[in-house]
Design a protein around this ligand. Sequence first.
Ligand code: PEP
Length: 251
Amino acid sequence: MRKNLIAGNWKMNTTLPEGLALAKGLNEALNGKTVKCDVVIGVPFIHLASVAAAIDTSRIAVAAQNCADKEKGAYTGEVSAAMVASTGAKYVILGHSERRAYYHETAEVLKEKVILALANRLTPIFCIGETLDDRDAGKQFDVVDEQVKASLFGLSAEDFSHLVIAYEPVWAIGTGKTATAEQAQEIHAHIRSTIASKYGQAIAENCSILYGGSMNAGNAKELVAKPDVDGGLIGGASLSVENFLPIIEAF
Ligand code: PEP
């Protein structure tokens, strides 16, 4: 069966000492607690190795927020999937709407990143989601289908079975606006049926599909109660233990 997963996305926040304190605080808060989901924290590149060494990674897995679309070599400033994996990180967030919008990441580039992440045994958390204009025009289903097909449908069934999808409506990210649980369920079920049309029912049923967009302690329970919402990708509310812990405990 697919796993329940709560993943934090710290974005470009926290200095290294601040990040270490946050990671250690979460580690302590989860100590001795039984939780009903896997927990991931997506930290800045320079934090990866230190955070992975400072926490119990069997309880909290570490994610990068990006990786390069090239294997290695003369790409100044880039960080490869192999480098990320060598830090102890197990996940990588790919295709976040901020990377698509501000860094012009295309479906083609994301396809390469996914392939390299999987080749290095990292689990991609692959983000998709429509803008407000798309939703107002009733195009949300077409948009997410296109994002999934363009970057992921070249994968073998075996490779596809190792990734996680995060549905993040762009209009809900960092805005305080959340999709209703019904809206999330509707589109998650649609995404699962699109996956089933290519890879079959079993792989679609096993794929964890997270919701992201202003998820917080107040709305998490209702969202994760929906049958096709398998967890969340959380930005702002992952920056403090106080806000993140109740989301983990929503399951
Ligand atoms: C995100 O960045 O993936 C996100 C969902 O952010 P927030 O929770 O702050 O809306």
